[in-house]
Design a protein around this ligand. Structure first.
Ligand SMILES: [Zn+2]
Length: 294
C-alpha cells in the first residue's frame, strides 16, 4: 500500500508542478505565428495575437494596449521581411526585455517590385507563409525559442512541434495532389496584390499581380490597360480577389478580359470561420484556385 501511495505521489507531483507554473507570455504580429506559437507551446504559453485574422498586416499600427503587452512579453514573434515597419517603436517604446525574433528573416526571400515615391524598386516579398515549408521552418524556430525560455519543458515543446510538423507535411501532400489536378499551362494566378510568390514557386504557378505589394497600391488606367492585354495574351481562365481587398478592380478586369471571377483568396494571413486555421487557409485557397482554373 505504502509503495502504491509513494508511486502515486511521484506520478502526480510533476504534473501539479507543471500546471501551477506561470505560462510563457508570447506576443505575435502575424496570425500565422499565433497559430504556430499556440500549437508548439500548448498550455505552457499565453499567446497575444496582435494582428488579428482577417485584418491587414501591411496597415497595422500598434496601439497602447499592444505596446503594454509587448513590454510584458517574454517572446515577441515578428513576421519580418520588412512587414513590421513599427519594429523600432516596439523595442524603444516598450523597453521590453523579451526576445524579439524576426522569424521570416531566418529563411530566404523572393524579390518583389515595391512602389516607393512613384518609382518601382526591388524589395523583399514578405508573404512567406504561402509556402508550407516556410511554416515548418517557423515552427522549428518557435520550438527552439520556447525551449531556451523554459528548458524544463523541452520534451513537451519537442513533442508538440513534432505533431504539428507531421500535420503540415500531410497538408503539403494534400496541396500537391490538389494542384496536380491542374495542367501546368493552367497554373496562372491573377490576384489583387502580389502575395502568392512563395506559393507559386512551391507549386509551379506564374503570378500576375494587379497591384503591387500593398492593396492600396492600385494601378493607373494605363497600367490596367496593359494588364488586361497581358491577361488576354497568356489566356487566363479565372482571376481572384482577396478577403481583405476591394474586389471592384479585379471584377472589372474579369469583365474586360472575359476571364471568370474565381472568388476571394486569403492572402495576408488567416481569415474567419473555416479559413481561421493554417490548414483551413490552404484548403480554401488551393480549392478555390484549382476549381476555378480547371
Ligand atoms: Zn500582403
Amino acid at each position: 500500500m505504502k509503495v502504491i501511495r509513494l508511486f502515486l505521489i511521484l506520478l502526480t507531483a510533476p504534473i501539479l508542478a507543471a500546471s501551477g507554473a506561470e505560462k510563457i507570455r508570447v506576443s505575435t504580429f502575424s496570425s500565422i505565428l499565433t497559430e504556430v506559437a499556440q500549437q508548439v507551446g500548448g498550455d505552457r504559453v499565453e499567446v497575444f495575437g496582435h494582428v488579428k485574422p482577417g485584418s491587414d498586416p501591411h496597415d497595422f499600427e500598434p496601439k497602447p494596449g499592444d505596446l503594454r503587452a509587448v513590454a510584458n512579453a517574454q517572446l515577441v514573434l515578428l513576421s519580418a521581411k520588412h512587414m513590421e515597419g513599427y519594429v523600432d517603436k516596439l523595442e524603444e517604446a516598450t523597453g521590453t526585455k523579451g526576445r524579439i525574433i524576426h522569424v521570416g528573416d531566418q529563411f530566404s526571400s523572393l524579390k518583389l517590385s515595391v512602389q516607393q515615391g512613384g518609382k518601382s524598386q526591388d524589395g523583399e516579398d514578405p508573404h512567406w507563409w504561402h509556402s508550407i515549408r516556410n511554416i515548418a521552418r517557423a515552427t522549428k524556430i518557435v520550438r527552439d525559442e520556447l525551449i531556451k525560455l523554459s528548458p524544463s519543458d523541452k520534451t513537451v515543446f519537442t513533442a508538440n512541434a513534432g505533431g504539428y510538423l507531421a500535420r503540415l507535411e500531410k497538408l503539403d501532400a494534400w496541396v500537391k495532389s490538389k494542384v496536380a489536378e491542374l495542367p501546368r499551362d493552367k497554373r496562372k494566378l491573377v490576384t489583387n496584390h502580389d502575395a502568392f510568390g512563395y506559393f507559386a514557386r512551391e507549386y509551379g504557378f506564374t503570378v500576375i499581380p494587379i497591384a503591387g505589394l500593398s492593396k492600396n497600391d492600385q494601378p493607373g488606367s494605363k497600367k490596367t490597360a496593359e494588364l488586361i492585354q497581358t491577361i488576354k495574351a497568356v489566356g487566363v481562365s479565372a482571376v481572384f480577389s482577396e478577403d481583405v481587398a476591394n474586389p471592384k478592380l479585379i471584377q472589372e478586369i474579369a469583365h474586360e478580359t472575359g476571364a471568370k471571377f474565381g472568388g476571394a483568396l486569403l492572402s495576408d494571413g488567416l481569415g474567419s470561420g473555416d479559413g481561421g486555421t493554417i490548414e483551413g487557409m490552404f484548403k480554401h485557397n488551393v480549392g478555390t484556385i484549382v476549381d476555378a482554373l480547371k
